[in-house]
Design a binder for this molecule. Sequence first.
Ligand code: FES
Length: 264
Amino acid sequence: MGRSNVYHWMDGWNYYCILRSVENLTEDKNSEAHQIAPGRRQFLKMVAILGVAAASAGVLRSGLQNIIPPVSSATGGFQSLQLVSTAGIPIKTTDLTVNNPEIVMFNYPLLSDPNFLLRLGDSRNNDKAITSSTVTVPADGSTFKSPAGVGPYSSVVAASAICQHLGCKPPELRYHPPSDSSYPGKVHCDCHGSEYDPFNGFSVVSTPTNKPLPSVVLRYESSSDAYYAVNMVGPTIFGQPSDLSGGTPFPSGTVTTKISTESP
Ligand code: FES
């Protein structure tokens, strides 16, 4: 027939070629070799048109996947998760040491997001009440209100334990109590020297980071002396497009998150 009769089942362009071939066949009415019954012509046209539509949808989906990254996200927004021990027992204030030199962490809002849990105090390890403050994000000049401390002394705070510079985690990133000779009262990253102030919303003290650590909003229930993680504020967690995507969600129905402790 002087035209390609090979069908390629790969993409929209090839389906277009098929469509053209079928049209040529049906239009070449004077050629005996290409006489096709009207019913068959219609059928071939339909097959080709459906092929173009399917291929176009595939190309469109493929294009969208390049524009919109796949999202692994928690559904339904921020959960309220009670802080519990590794044995599943609810954490109480007496379980938290003021200026604990050990690294105390829990995961939130996703299972793959580690956070510091700090009960802050002065240089004599007396609880220090933490008030909400306006924190600046040097990267873009924006500001946000950090959460105040919670608990009976308003001294318990929490923040992401992933450095906002290049993502180092504990033990490289850790809190140094006020009595430490190095970096007293600061969260310091040994990777490249970034420093954050947990007494002021984990704001940036020293570069190279240009973003504060995202704070976890805690809720304290005085009647039961219980602690809950309920939200995040500040910039997004390092490397994540949003705090609820880019990591591993908690299994559905999860209502607690476990505290872990490790030595520096
Ligand atoms: S990763 Fe923390 S300072 Fe670079």
